[in-house]
Ligand binder design. Sequence first.
Ligand code: BES
Ligand code: MN
Ligand code: ZN
Length: 495
Amino acid sequence: MTLQFALSPEHPDTIASPCVVVGLYQGGKLTPAAALLDAASGGAISRVTASGDATGKAGTSTVLFGLAGIASPRVLLVGLGDAAKCDVATFQRAAGEAGRALKAMPIASAHTTLTEAEIPGHDLAWKLRALALATDAQAYRYRATFKPKSEAEPAQLATLSLAAADDATARTALTQARAIAEGVRFARELGNLPPNICNPAHVAAQAQRIAQQHAGVDVEVLEREDMAKLGMGALLGVAQGSANAPKLIVLQWRGGGDARPYALVGKGITFDSGGISLKPGAGREEMKFDMCGAAGVLGAFLAAVELKLPLNLVCVVPAVENMPGGNSYRPSDILTSMSGLTIEVLNTDAEGRLILCDALTYVQKFDPQVIIDAATLTGACVVALGKHASGLMTRDDELAAQLLAAGERTHDRAWRLPLWDDYQSQLETGFADLANIGGKYGGAITAGCFLSRFTNGRRWAHLDIAGTAWIDGRKGSATGRPVPLLVQYLLDRCG
Ligand code: BES
Ligand code: MN
Ligand code: ZN
């Protein structure tokens, strides 16, 4: 369940909330709400800044308890950095830190006034949405497969009130935040689930649940035999080594009359062992996240449906497990894809492109006006861009600009890599129309080039989210990216 969001124009000194969040800049400058609380409390906040206990550094926070003259028992002072340089990144950091601190408190609700921070080029609606989403992201807890240690868990943050007048613009901002938060949570939870639970059948069941719970959504799940009839030899080649049968999931939302649909395609490898080209031991467990492209497009679809966007949407997810076994596909196998192109498998660990190529061919039966795929496709993309930006590949400059802008707006950023024909020669082989790997150099790009061969010149973009879909480590978690980017892109198409 996402947080509840509410709007409140009440004064920060009199509002009855377990915690009031106010901003503080480096050098001691206070936001208006902080200044008001300072005056009401006889200078309690200035004393904390003068003592150096609160510095205003971005990403820091200080909690003050039981201030005289203030209705709320807690005041959370959040650093906003240099007042002259408060940009999107600083604001996101401050919002995240506030959320982290609130989550650690034994409280069920809080009130934030960080909407007052001035960020050039960003209005109140943007700030409301960013604050709501950052707080919800912090409030998320994975609890699907274990229980908290103590029976009596302290109260959990469930409601966030935001300082703004309750008008139509602010309400729209929170409606969007709620839908995006739901999509992000959906994607994170599916991503975080272990692969013995989140197998292809589980992903399909989730899609079916979305359809059951939302009027106007149609779902279809294609089984192995259906895919065989369609000639999806590439997808089925990857699937044949696993005891978990593959599923091809198709969701449709018709909110846009007879307009051509937008198509979302997501890589749904529920576990990527590498297959016969087995991955090295270290980090294998991270490959449960190899279905985060699928989770991302399903989460974006869910958000779009919750918002009842006035457009048509089709979402195609190939859900497959990549395993070694007696029936596995092998290096040097030749697969015939649904498009008719034959593919020489030179590495069974380059499986994502093999399931996606058949999904990309299949989705064209809906005659989409745009196709966007999201995939944890290559380690090379993480080497190139690190873990902050998703890789964007498309030949369409307008589509690139729209997707990059959507990423900037939601701070779910992407960076474009070229898809020049020069790279295509790396996929040549003497035994098939193309090989499934492109050699040592430019691995993210040659993977994109591979996919491009199955798009028939349509308007198409590929997001390589290998670096952005999850935070690694023992306590890592799926991030829900690129749900915000995709939903913003769709919102922008609705005018
Ligand atoms: N799912 C992986 C890509 C990946 C690796 C994502 C590590 C995030 C972290 C993908 O299926 C894969 O194995 N790609 C190979 C391609 C290679 C064999 C050409 C890779 O990146 O090493
Ligand atoms: Mn792989
Ligand atoms: Zn993979």
